[in-house]
Design a protein around this ligand. Structure first.
Ligand code: NOJ
Length: 526
């Protein structure tokens, strides 16, 4: 059972220095979209174990000081959910639980109410013979959109939050938080003008009526108010993290209003800095600009966060090359704010190998000719624990996706090494987390970012310079000397260095010695 599996790994998670784990959806589901199609919000899928097992996981995690965050999917349910079945039958109280619309009939031919498209391609409307109406599905046909204009839906979904909070979980990652409401006039969306998009592609239209509606933001603020009321009687706050892919100004609204009169998520995921913002280039300047872009847009008084990847993006080691993983892990760890890790990033795991026949991703398996470009299965293959069968993920039965063949080289056991001069991606990651614990004890951190050529420099320090850390990373392909980077160059002491570094921990850092391509070093300065 998965819970038992995770419970077995809790000691390791604790030793690594991880404070919280987020489980992607574990609720009852037909698994059309890897659990993002929920048929019962109050029970879990038996393939993961029982509710009692989950209780045990939460308790065991808490004993070790680890918080447990669940995935909350408010925008849509499974079409197998009893609410949808009742809505199909127009049962009293459920008629408007979902977004139903009449067909448009032109010359006797039926068509969808408007041109809206699903994020998984094609029309966002599905005809129901039974109801003789279309329902909206922003994702797969099996994921009908709930109707947030119905107060009963809002009440039910808040009750779901309360149920899990009472169960003992520590917070929620909120799925597609930007999509809860759609404009009530149901007008066609305009073309985006994206020359690479074809009709039916999600990017073909500009989503002015289906994303980031004012009512959606209000709903997020309501969810936060709900959580704050709950938190008022708790010894520590339960948290809300929103998933929002939007332009950067709009993304920031999910933190709350600028005057803080209404709060939103404790943090909205920063997909900008290392994902969206680096699609066009990956140089020292690109990184510098992308980091500043996020910081410059952050509203005052909110907490930042740094994300390298997730289950919807090619793994970061595949996007930028595994030789960059240590530097990137260093950045997300020392930049001010919450560090988010997608499992496998700590060992530099790359995308796995999956064929169309083996894949599950509903946005990809319909068309095998584009599977390699569109599937998210590659970043979802099991984590590589060790070099035994199935990389130690299980005892040999076929996992839901094949284990990557790279597991013999890249696995946690190989990297969980100690000793003088020994280094590994995992060791870098673990050392960073232990350094972060020291940051926590110091308030008022300041930082500076700079670059000289392809070397990115970052300095983090406290008011009296009691703690003063400098990070240097040669993003380029050739050795470069970091002497032009303006650091306080007194006694220096290497604390963490990338696996390709010529330094050892404790070495004095030498600003006139070239940094090798992709080498990254974090040192303290006195
Ligand atoms: C966002 C999730 O991260 C993704 O995996 C899923 O397919 C969609 N939401 C639909 O729920």
């Amino acid at each position: 059972m998965v819970w038992a599996g995770i419970i077995q790994k809790l000691d390791f998670i604790q030793t690594t220095g991880i404070d919280a784990i987020w489980l992607s959806p574990i609720f009852k589901s037909p698994q059309v979209d890897n659990g993002y199609d929920i048929s019962d919000y109050r029970d879990i899928d038996e393939m993961y174990g029982s509710l009692d097992d989950l209780k045990q996981l939460v308790e065991e995690a808490h004993k070790r000081g680890i918080k447990v965050i669940l995935d909350y999917v408010p925008n849509h349910t499974s079409d197998q959910h009893k609410w949808f079945q009742a809505s199909l039958n127009k049962e009293s109280g459920y008629e408007d639980f979902y977004v139903w619309k009449d067909a448009v009939i032109v010359n006797g031919t039926r068509s969808a109410p408007n041109n809206w498209v699903s994020e998984f391609k094609g029309t966002a409307w599905e005809w129901s013979e039974q109801r003789q109406q279309y329902y909206l599905h922003k994702f797969s046909i099996a994921q009908p959109d709930l109707n947030y204009r119905n107060p009963d839906v809002v009440k039910e979904m808040k009750d779901v939050l309360r149920y899990w909070l009472d169960f003992g979980v520590d917070g929620f990652r909120m799925d597609v938080a930007y999509a809860l409401f759609e404009d009530s006039r149901f007008q066609d969306e305009p073309l985006s003008g994206d020359p690479t998009a074809e009709p039916g592609d999600y990017t073909y239209l500009s989503h002015i009526y289906t994303e980031n509606q004012n009512e959606t933001l209000d709903m997020i603020y309501q969810f936060r108010e709900f959580l704050d009321e709950y938190n008022a009687n708790q010894s520590y706050p339960r948290v809300l993290m929103t998933e929002v892919y939007s332009d950067i100004n709009t993304t920031m609204l999910y933190f709350g209003t600028a005057d803080r009169s209404r709060l939103g998520a404790h943090f909205t995921f920063n997909f900008w800095t290392f994902i969206t913002g680096l699609q066009k280039g990956f140089s020292g300047v690109d990184l510098l600009n992308s980091i500043w872009n996020w910081i410059d847009h952050m509203p005052e008084g909110y907490t930042s966060n740094w994300v390298l990847g997730n289950h919807d993006q090619n793994r970061v080691s595949t996007r930028f090359g595994p030789e960059n993983i240590d530097a990137l892990n260093m950045l997300v760890s020392i930049l001010p704010g919450v560090q988010v890790t997608y499992n496998g990033e700590e060992i530099g795991q790359e995308n796995g190998e999956v064929t169309c026949a083996e894949g599950y991703d509903p946005q990809a398996i319909k068309n095998c000719s584009t599977f390699n470009e569109t599937s998210r299965d590659f970043e979802r293959t099991p984590i590589q624990w060790d070099s035994t069968v199935n990389a130690g993920f299980n005892n040999g039965t076929k996992p839901w996706l094949p284990v990557s063949q790279k597991y013999l080289q890249t696995n946690l056991q190989n990297q969980n090494v100690t000793g003088p001069g020994v280094n590994s991606h995992y060791k870098v990651y673990k050392d960073l987390l232990s350094l972060r614990k020291a940051f926590k004890n110091e308030s008022n951190h300041y930082f500076e970012l700079s670059n000289a050529g392809d070397i990115l420099g970052f300095q983090r320090f406290t008011e009296q310079f009691l703690q003063n850390y400098v990070f240097l990373y040669n993003v380029g392909d050739e050795p470069q000397t970091p002497e032009n980077i303006n650091v306080y160059n007194f006694t220096t002491n290497v604390l963490v260095r990338s696996t390709n570094s010529i330094y050892n921990v404790g070495d004095a850092f030498n600003t006139s010695q070239p940094l090798q391509a992709k080498e990254a070093v974090l040192f303290s300065v006195y």
